[in-house]
Design a protein around this ligand. Structure first.
Ligand code: NAD
Length: 538
């Protein structure tokens, strides 16, 4: 079935997105030092253009197993609902244990066959480079799939999600012919080789907030290392993952090397994590489900587990900070992607003497972050993922107010008439460390504000969380900046910026934000095993 109706005039990009300026930003378009928002990107299309393109889109909903698109064994499907308006985008294969088993068998057969893992490095590099290129060339449809599924602004899908997924695949492609193994020091007449070998079948289980980017973080290093992958996208956002399966195959991945099993967590996800022939599960999602992954591994075959989980990242703002830069970094840091970002800077801990100035500046920046229809190029904040999540986010706002917080901005549902799930950018002041809004991951556009007087108190408040994914320090005093960043228990600390990253920097958490790292050469180790080959010679 064609992806678009024949005759669509929108099959190509009129103006390619400015990849260069965005390659360093994981999720948010801010400049490196000042955290100033970049100008709204434009591909020259109007909302009407995108809506017409969406109307002609024919998304593929079947699973991708053994190099083929297939329906579920039981013939069951589920309606893939768009948070933009609550309508069903398409029916998607509802994979369960039988489909997962077929995918794992295909992955195992491909691994045993060795067609991929034993391919010479130059060929493997070429296939991954072509995969990255095909992703880039497919920007329009991938971006639309992402926006229809997740409700994020189309401009972000075009300029951030698609290019960053392609960049990640291209980054790991380069390792194929540049990675060396090791020779250990031994006595004379002996040679000990330490070889990196693929683990086998990797189960990648991913969330709905950045489906393309996080899938890329997992499948690119796993494939580079020579593994086979079974990717389970979140039930809310399966469409771009299915398309990735098709593109990987078109790029030259042998059948069975990359399989996609859409379905529900309790069905497809659980069956995959419990499967006895899966060698590793690489999970990104909530801390609650991350803990289940450890249980499933223990109850089954002691497969390896890497878990990237939730966050509640603090911004520590000292009294000498550049308030304008801090406000831009803080506002974009919580409202980008509607606050549905694992490392969103959701807790401001500001010196009491500059709180009012900071709140005033955050209010000004937030006024430029337009909440609206995700297919409108001017929109910078779209819809939340579903009705249940929107209700939960609104419930947190109510809980904050009932526990004594004051709403400075927002606080309400918006655009109810669209039938989707929109919540205003919300700032809560007067928050105390014991409130639910300060302790739990809201995963929506809600910023909490607390004050401090002395530096140790700021550090204590920042670390007073079960999470430890990221944090930021805003100050012109570099001694204080490094003192505080060394004291923060978090996988990433930004100083005078927020959310700068690249495929070359590891990403992951401390504490209950999980363990294992995505991105960088460290991720390759996660998908590899070490084998010693000891030889005696004369
Ligand atoms: P989730 O934990 O509900 O689901 C994540 C994935 O796990 C989905 O594919 C889901 O279908 C699957 N799943 C759910 N229950 C399962 C089960 N019992 N067995 C097996 N699989 C199961 O998370 P979500 O709501 O999709 O995503 C939001 C969460 O993800 C937030 O907590 C966020 O912080 C976190 N997240 C973390 C990172 C990171 O890198 N640390 C990145 C993005 C999102």
């Amino acid at each position: 079935m064609p992806f678009f109706d024949a005759g669509s005039q929108f099959l190509g990009l009129d103006e390619p997105p400015d990849y260069e300026s965005l390659t360093g930003a994981a999720c948010r378009p801010i400049s490196p030092r000042s955290a100033t928002p970049m100008p709204t990107p434009s591909t020259g299309r109007s909302r009407k253009d995108w809506e017409q393109l969406a109307a002609t889109l024919r998304p593929e909903g079947r699973a991708f197993i053994g190099g083929k698109l297939v329906g579920s064994v039981a013939g069951r499907t589920f309606g893939d609902i768009s948070p933009i308006d609550g309508r069903v985008v398409t029916e998607v294969a509802r994979c369960d244990a039988a489909d997962v088993d077929a995918a794992v068998k295909a992955a195992r057969a491909a691994f045993d066959d060795g067609l991929w893992r034993r391919t010479d490095p130059k060929t493997r590099k070429g296939v991954l480079q072509r995969f990255a290129e095909l992703v880039r060339n497919d920007t329009d449809r991938l971006a639309l799939l992402e926006t229809l599924d997740v409700g994020k602004p189309i401009m972000d899908s075009v300029n951030v999600d698609v290019p960053l997924a392609a960049d990640c695949i291209a980054y790991y492609a380069e390792y194929a012919d540049k990675l060396y193994d090791e020779v250990a020091p031994t006595s004379p007449h002996e040679l000990a080789l330490i070889r990196r070998e693929p683990l086998g079948v990797i189960a990648a289980i991913v969330p709905w907030n950045y489906p393309l980017i996080i899938s890329g973080w997992k499948l690119a290093p796993a494939l580079l290392a020579g593994n086979s992958v079974v990717l389970k996208p979140a039930e809310q956002s399966p469409l771009s993952a299915i398309r990735l399966g098709e593109l990987g195959s078109e790029a030259g991945l042998p059948p069975g090397v990359l399989n996609i099993v859409p379905g529900f967590g309790e069905e497809a996800g659980k069956a995959l994590a419990l499967h006895g022939d899966v060698d590793m599960v690489s999970f990104t999602g909530s801390t609650e489900v991350g803990k289940l992954m450890l249980r499933y591994a223990g109850e089954s075959n002691l497969k390896r587990v890497a878990v990237e989980c939730g966050g509640k990242s603090p911004h520590v703002v000292l009294k000498d900070a550049d308030i304008e830069s801090a406000a831009a970094g803080i506002a974009w840091g919580i409202f980008y992607n509607q606050g549905e970002t694992c490392h969103a800077g959701s807790r401001v801990i500001v010196h009491a003497s500059v709180k009012d100035a900071l709140l005033e500046a955050i209010t000004r920046v937030t006024a430029t972050i337009t909440l609206g229809h995700p297919l409108d190029p001017a929109t910078r904040m779209g819809a939340l993922i579903d009705n249940g999540h929107m209700t939960r986010v609104l419930g947190y706002i109510d809980s904050g107010v009932s526990q004594g917080a004051r709403i400075v901005l927002g606080g309400r549902r918006a655009y109810e008439e669209l039938g989707g799930y929109y919540v205003e950018a919300t700032v809560l002041d007067g928050v105390r460390a014991d409130m639910h809004v300060a302790r739990e991951e809201i995963f929506g556009p809600v910023l909490t504000v607390m004050t401090f007087l002395e530096e140790p108190e700021a550090v204590r408040l920042a670390n007073d969380s079960i999470f430890g994914l990221a944090g930021a320090v805003w100050t012109n005093d570099m001694n204080a900046a490094h003192r505080i960043s060394a004291s923060l228990r978090a996988g990433t600390v930004w100083i005078n910026t927020f959310d700068r990253s690249s495929p070359a920097t590891p990403f992951g958490g401390f504490k209950q934000s999980g363990f294992g790292r995505d991105r960088s050469h460290h991720a390759i180790d996660k998908y590899s095993d070490l084998k010693t080959i000891w030889t005696a010679y004369r």
